[in-house]
Design a protein around this ligand. Structure first.
Ligand code: PLP
Length: 442
C-alpha cells in the first residue's frame, strides 16, 4: 500500500521512481532540468524522484505515495495544484488556440492587471523563464545607462552575466565574467565599496531569508540614485507571495525595473519585466528582446485567472496567516526540544529551517529531518513554501510531525548515531546559493 499523509511506520516504496531514474541515466545530464528538483537535493534511496500528479497542496509520486508539498513546484504553485479556476481558464483558451501569428488581447489584459498589482509597472513585457526576465532587465539597464558593470545579490538564473559568479561557471567568457560582481545581503559597506559611475544596474532579491536591517533597501536605492544606477528587484520569490505588489509594496521601495515569474501563473511558464516607462522605452528601438513564446496564450490565460483569484480572495492574507502559525509552532518546538542548532528564518510565505554546523554536517541533519518528514508524508527540501491551498489542518499536522521529528533529531545528535539512522545517501550541497552571495574575490 502506498504511503499517505500520515504517521506511516515505514518509508515509502519508491521502486517506480527508481525505474524512471535508471531510464534517465546517461540520457538526461543531471537527470533534471533544475537542480532543486534533482536527486542530489533529496536523500537518495529514501525520497521519491518523480512526481506525476497533484491536487491542492498534495502531490503523488509515481508509486502513488501521497505527500503534503512544501516546495510547490519550486515556487510557481501559488494557488494550488490543479486549481479549478486556473485550469478552467487554460482549458477554455486551449479550445481556441495556444500561440498565434499576431499578438493576442490577453497580452494587454494581463499587462493592465499587472499594473493594478505592481507599483513600478508603468510598462510591462513578457517572457517565459526567470532567467530571461532578469537578463532582459540587465540589457535594458545597460542600454539606458550606457554602462556595463552589474552588481548582484541573490540568485538570478543560468545566463552568462550572472552564472559567471557561481562556482560552476564553465563556458562563460572571462570578459563577461568580469562585468558582474556580487555582494552580501545587508552588507551595505561592501556594496558601497563596489559602487561607482560605471555601474549600470544593481540587481537583488529584495529579501531571501534575512530581513533587511537598518534601512538596507532604502540605502541601496539612495546610492543607486546618487550614481544614476538602475535598481532592479528580482521578485521571482517575493512577487505574488510577500504582498500583492511584491517587495516593492511591502517595503515601500520602488525599483526602476522588476522581474517576476513563478507564482504569477500558478505553474504555467510566464515571466514578466515591469519598469519605469522612460527606461523600458529602450525596448522600442534600441534593445533587442523578442521571443516566439512570450505571448503564448495558455500561460497568459492562467496568469489572468491567477491574478483574478488574488483580487477576489485574500490569498496573501491566507498564506501569511498559515505561515505565522507554522513559524510560531516550529519556534516553540525548537525551544521545547532545546534544538539550538535549528533556527526558523524567513518570512511566513517561505520559511527556512536554518541548520547550524555542530558536530554533524548540517547536510546530514537536513537529510535526517527530510527522511523523517518523508516517512510521515511531507515533501520538504529545506523551506516551507506556502500556497492558497494549504490549510490550517495541514499546518497543524505538519507541526505534530515536526514535534516528533525535531525530538528524534535532537536524540540522534545526542546519541551520535544520526548517520546510521539515515536510510539512504545524504543530500549533496546545492550549487545554487540562498545566502552568502558574495562569492568571488573582486
Ligand atoms: C530569485 C530568482 N531569480 C531568477 C531565477 C531564475 O528563474 P528560472 O529558473 O525560471 O530561469 C530564479 C529561479 O529559481 C530565482 O529564484
Amino acid at each position: 500500500m502506498p504511503n499517505t499523509v500520515a504517521f506511516n511506520a515505514s518509508l515509502p516504496e519508491i521502486g517506480e521512481s527508481e525505474r524512471w531514474f535508471k531510464r534517465s541515466m546517461g540520457l538526461i545530464p543531471c537527470n533534471t532540468q533544475t537542480l532543486a528538483k534533482g536527486y542530489t537535493q533529496y536523500v537518495e534511496g529514501v525520497a521519491p524522484k518523480y512526481l506525476y500528479r497533484g491536487k491542492g497542496a498534495r502531490v503523488f509520486d509515481v508509486d502513488e505515495n501521497e505527500y503534503l508539498d512544501y516546495n510547490m513546484g519550486i515556487g510557481p504553485i501559488s494557488l494550488g495544484y490543479a486549481y479549478p479556476a486556473v485550469d478552467e481558464a487554460i482549458k477554455d483558451q486551449l479550445q481556441r488556440g495556444i500561440t498565434f501569428s499576431l499578438v493576442h488581447p490577453l497580452e494587454v489584459e494581463v499587462a493592465e492587471l499587472i499594473q493594478e498589482f505592481i507599483p513600478n509597472a508603468e510598462s510591462v513585457r513578457y517572457s517565459k523563464t526567470g532567467a530571461e526576465a532578469t537578463s532582459a532587465a540587465i540589457r535594458i539597464a545597460r542600454a539606458f545607462t550606457g554602462r556595463d558593470r552589474i552588481l548582484a545579490c541573490g540568485y538570478h538564473g543560468w545566463h552568462d552575466w550572472y552564472a559567471a559568479t557561481l562556482a560552476r561557471n564553465a563556458g562563460i567568457p572571462q570578459e563577461v565574467a568580469q562585468l558582474t560582481q556580487t555582494f552580501n545581503y545587508n552588507d551595505y559597506a561592501a556594496f558601497k565599496a563596489l559602487m561607482n559611475y560605471d555601474v549600470a544596474a544593481v540587481i537583488l532579491e529584495p529579501v531571501t531569508f534575512d530581513e533587511p536591517d537598518d534601512g538596507f533597501l532604502y540605502k541601496v536605492q539612495d546610492l543607486c540614485h546618487h550614481y544614476g544606477t538602475l535598481l532592479i528587484f528580482d521578485e521571482m520569490w517575493t512577487g505574488f507571495r510577500m504582498a500583492e505588489g511584491g517587495a516593492q509594496e511591502y517595503f515601500g521601495v520602488l525599483a526602476d525595473l522588476a522581474t517576476f515569474s513563478k507564482a504569477i501563473a500558478n505553474g504555467m511558464p510566464l515571466s514578466v519585466i515591469t519598469g519605469r516607462h522612460d527606461v523600458m522605452q529602450v525596448l522600442e528601438d534600441e534593445v533587442f528582446f523578442f521571443n516566439t513564446f512570450g505571448g503564448e496564450a495558455l500561460s497568459l490565460a492562467a496568469a489572468k485567472a491567477t491574478l483574478t483569484e488574488y483580487q477576489n480572495n485574500d490569498v496573501i492574507g491566507h498564506i501569511w496567516e498559515l505561515g505565522n502559525r507554522l513559524r510560531t509552532g516550529l519556534q516553540n518546538i525548537i525551544k521545547n526540544n532545546k534544538a539550538d542548532f535549528l533556527r526558523v528564518k524567513g518570512y511566513p510565505y517561505r520559511l527556512l529551517i536554518d541548520i547550524q554546523p555542530i558536530e554533524f554536517d548540517p547536510l546530514i541533519i537536513k537529510s535526517y529531518i527530510q527522511q523523517e518528514l518523508i516517512r510521515r508524508g511531507i515533501l520538504w527540501s529545506g523551506t516551507f513554501t506556502l500556497s492558497y491551498s494549504h490549510t490550517e489542518a495541514d499546518i497543524d499536522y505538519t507541526l505534530r510531525v515536526l514535534d516528533e521529528v525535531v525530538f528524534l533529531t535532537v536524540d540522534a545528535v545526542k546519541q551520535g548515531d544520526i548517520t546510521i539512522k539515515l536510510a539512504g545517501k545524504p543530500i549533496q550541497p546545492s550549487l545554487r546559493p540562498i545566502s552568502n552571495f558574495a562569492r568571488r574575490e573582486h
